[in-house]
Design a protein. Structure first.
Ligand code: ADP
Length: 266
C-alpha cells in the first residue's frame, strides 16, 4: 500500500486526472519460474503534472513505462487515458528512451518531421511544424546535420522534438539523460523544464537519481523492488526554478535517500 506524503506545507489542489492506473501487476515467466516485476501499482497523473518514478535498478520502472506505452501487456490491472482504456501503443503516449533512437540516415529536421508523415498534413504545414519544433529545441542551425554529426545532448533534444511534434497527451521518459555527462545532463533537465513550462504536457519521467527527481518533479512515486511496488507518493512543493545548493533542496534529497535506504534494508 503506498502512502501519499508531502514535504512542505499543504497539498496543492490536484489537477484533473488524465492518466489513471489501477491495480497494475506484471508477472514474467522464465524457465518454469514466475517473477512478480510489478504488484498492485495504482496512481493518477493530472493534466500537466511532471511525475518522476524513482527507485533502485530492477524495481520495475522500465516495465511500468513499457506497459503504459502499450509495448507489453500487464498481467492484471487497468490503465485509462482520459477515461479510455489503454491497451496498445498510440500517438497519445510517446516515449523518449536513454539511448537516442534517431534514424541515422535522416537529418535533424527529417527526424523531427518523421512522425507527421501519413497524417494527411500539407507539405507547407509539415514544414511549418518542423520549423516550430526545431526552434523550440534550439536546433535551427543544425537542421541539415545527421545524428552522428551532433552531440549527445542535441540528439536527446531531437528525440524530444520528434515526439512533442505529435502532441502526445502523456510523455513517457525512461532515464532519457542517464547516458549524458553531468553538465549536459543538468542542462537537459533545465531545458526539459523550460519546454514543459511552454507546452504543459503530462510527463512521467523514470529515474534512479534522487537529485534529478527533486530537480524536476511535482510528484515523486518512490518504488521498492521484489516485487516492484509504489511505496510512497510524494508531493514536492519547492519553488521553481529549484536551486540545488539550497537547504530546502538538500532536505528533500536527504528525505528521499533515507526512504530508498529503508527500501533496501526492508
Ligand atoms: P528497472 O527499470 O527499475 O531497472 P525493469 O523494469 O527493467 O527494472 O525490470 C524489473 C525486473 O523485471 C527485473 O528483475 C528484470 O530482470 C525483470 N524483467 C524485465 N523484463 C523482463 C522480461 N522480459 N522477462 C523476464 N524478466 C524481466
Amino acid at each position: 500500500m503506498s502512502t501519499r506524503l508531502k514535504l512542505v506545507s499543504a497539498l496543492p489542489t490536484l489537477p484533473e486526472a488524465v492518466l489513471e492506473v489501477q491495480g497494475l501487476s506484471k508477472i514474467f515467466r522464465v524457465n518454469q519460474t514466475t517473477f512478480h516485476a510489478l504488484e498492485d501499482i495504482s496512481f493518477q497523473a493530472g493534466t500537466g503534472e511532471l511525475i518522476c518514478v524513482l527507485g533502485p535498478s530492477g524495481c520495475g520502472k522500465s516495465t511500468l513505462l513499457k506497459i503504459l506505452s502499450g509495448f507489453i501487456p500487464p498481467s492484471a490491472g487497468q490503465i485509462t487515458l482520459n477515461d479510455l482504456p489503454v491497451s496498445r501503443p498510440g500517438p497519445d503516449r510517446c516515449v523518449v528512451f536513454q539511448e537516442d533512437a534517431l534514424f541515422p540516415w535522416l537529418t535533424v529536421a527529417e527526424n523531427i518531421a518523421f512522425g507527421l508523415k501519413g497524417r494527411g498534413l500539407s507539405s507547407q504545414l509539415m514544414r511549418q511544424e518542423t520549423e516550430r519544433f526545431l526552434s523550440l529545441v534550439n536546433l535551427e542551425a543544425f537542421c541539415d546535420y545527421l545524428p552522428r554529426e551532433i552531440s549527445g545532448g542535441m540528439k536527446q533534444r531531437v528525440a524530444l522534438a520528434r515526439v512533442l511534434i505529435l502532441n502526445p497527451k502523456v510523455l513517457l521518459m525512461d532515464e532519457p539523460f542517464a547516458a549524458l555527462d553531468a553538465q549536459t545532463r543538468e542542462e537537459m533537465q533545465n531545458f526539459l523544464l523550460t519546454l514543459w513550462k511552454k507546452l504543459s504536457h503530462t510527463i512521467l519521467f523514470v529515474t534512479h537519481d534522487v537529485t534529478e527527481a527533486v530537480t524536476l518533479a511535482d510528484r515523486i512515486l518512490v518504488m521498492e523492488k521484489n516485487p516492484g511496488r509504489i511505496r510512497h507518493d510524494i508531493t514536492v512543493i519547492l519553488k521553481r526554478p529549484r536551486m540545488r545548493e539550497t537547504d530546502a533542496f538538500h532536505h528533500h534529497c536527504k528525505h528521499l535517500y533515507a526512504m530508498l535506504r529503508t527500501e533496501k534494508a526492508g
